[in-house]
Design a protein around this ligand. Structure first.
Ligand code: PHB
Length: 395
């Protein structure tokens, strides 16, 4: 027997940070939502992602009552090191643009959001199966799923939101003739590790070297996150702890740094690509975060973009629902995409400036050094980096 449909105002596919933040912001405006996710809460908590929050992302979490932990447990970073040509060069965010970022992992942002939704009585279903969306251009689009207990559900809504990540099923509900997809592949990936060691530096080091890029990031006083550029099809099992440390030390050693080593507790290869789908709305279905756009991880823009999307989307949905006028959502794509394409450029620029392409000639490597020297020696160059890294204001 098909289930008897229930109703909510906004159906949200995807319970990562974007979906949960949207549900939270809507609830503050008195708007009901139901969030579903194929993954269990535990699976999402175990997925390591980037750890840098722009100043507006921090404000959104604090000011809307999601997290104080982001300030107490996170670490304020007032700059980064760009390391190349034998030395490190600091980009001073505070001095250049009067702004800073917070080192606070995405997994903690997710935990804070999931706790806040639970505290406020939000309807969030993790570990569901068979999710689909139907009638997305009709007045009453539907969200179908089977819950973790095996019970089938049909939820009818006013609006549906796909915040279901880079393999979005919602994106597929846009007719091909009415969507444009923009891709860029990169001929490398990142090998990411977590290790039990003290921090090797007080701030992040973005390290260019003849052996390829490395990023030295942190998590806590005893846990560190580091990455090095690797092949797209790199085999994790081919990398012992010793081999990883040798590779990382040699890349940063070229610029005068030495890393504090410790047991490696996680090893993963991260995919690298740029993607945008336009528009971000089709009928009563709207996309947010990775479902609509993916950036390479250099510069840590992914989570920040997702939070910026849902901040705009919550505002637009609130207006459309209160005034009962779906046409008010016409602005959403334009407002969100302005920031998305700036971040696409920034992530692409940081990536191509710092990574070694497999077919790079000595000319290409020297040119990169020229570019990096220009960035660190010019106030205009370093101000652009500082402004983009700490985040543009939400329009
Ligand atoms: C991280 O800490 O995971 C991280 C930080 C900065 C990036 C990317 C990843 O650009």
């Amino acid at each position: 027997m098909p289930p008897a449909p229930t109703r909510t105002t906004v159906g949200i596919v995807g319970g990562g940070p974007a979906g949960l933040m949207l549900s939270h912001l809507l609830a503050r405006d008195g708007i009901e939502s139901v969030v579903v996710d194929l993954r269990t809460r535990h699976e999402i908590e175990e997925t390591h992602r980037a750890g840098i929050l722009e100043q507006d992302s921090i404000r959104l979490l604090v000011d809307t009552g999601v997290s104080d932990r982001v300030l107490t447990d996170g670490y304020r970073h007032e700059g980064i090191e760009l390391a190349f040509g034998g030395a490190g060069h600091r980009i001073d965010f505070e001095g250049l643009v009067d702004a800073s970022v917070q080192l606070y992992p995405q997994t903690d942002v997710f935990i804070d959001l999931a706790n806040a939704r639970e505290r406020d009585g939000g309807d969030v279903r993790f570990g569901v199966t068979d999710v689909s969306v139907v009638d997305v251009t009709g007045d009453s689009p539907g969200l179908l799923f089977t819950d973790a207990g095996g019970v089938a559900h049909e939820v009818r809504c006013d609006y549906l939101v796909g915040s279901d990540g880079s393999r979005s099923i919602c994106r597929q509900a846009f007719p091909e003739a009415q969507r444009r997809q923009y891709f860029r592949e990169y001929p490398f990936a990142w090998f990411g590790i977590l290790c039990e060691a003290p921090p090797s530096a007080p701030e992040l080091i973005y390290n260019h070297s003849d052996r390829g890029f490395a990023l030295i990031s942190q998590r806590t006083d005893t846990l560190q996150r580091m990455y090095f550029q690797c092949a797209v099809d790199e085999d994790v099992d081919a990398w012992s702890d010793d081999r990883i440390w040798e590779e990382l030390q040699s890349r940063v050693g070229a610029n005068g740094y030495t890393l504090k080593e410790g047991p490696i507790t996680s090893k993963t290869v991260l995919p690298f690509r740029s993607f945008v789908q336009e528009p971000m709305r089709h009928g009563n279905l709207l996309l947010a975060g990775d479902a609509a756009h993916t950036v390479p991880p250099t510069g840590a823009k992914g989570l920040n973009l997702a939070l910026a999307d849902v901040r705009v989307l919550a505002e637009e949905l609130e207006r459309a629902i209160t005034k009962d006028d779906g046409a008010l959502l016409d602005d959403y794509t334009t407002r969100a995409l302005g920031r998305v394409w700036k971040a696409q450029h920034f992530s692409y620029w940081m990536t191509t400036m710092l990574h070694l392409a497999p077919d790079a000639s000595p000319f290409d490597v020297r040119r990169q050094i020229g570019e990096l020297s220009m960035v660190v020696s010019s106030t205009a160059g370093s101000t652009y980096l500082a402004e983009a890294y700490t985040g543009w204001p939400v329009p």
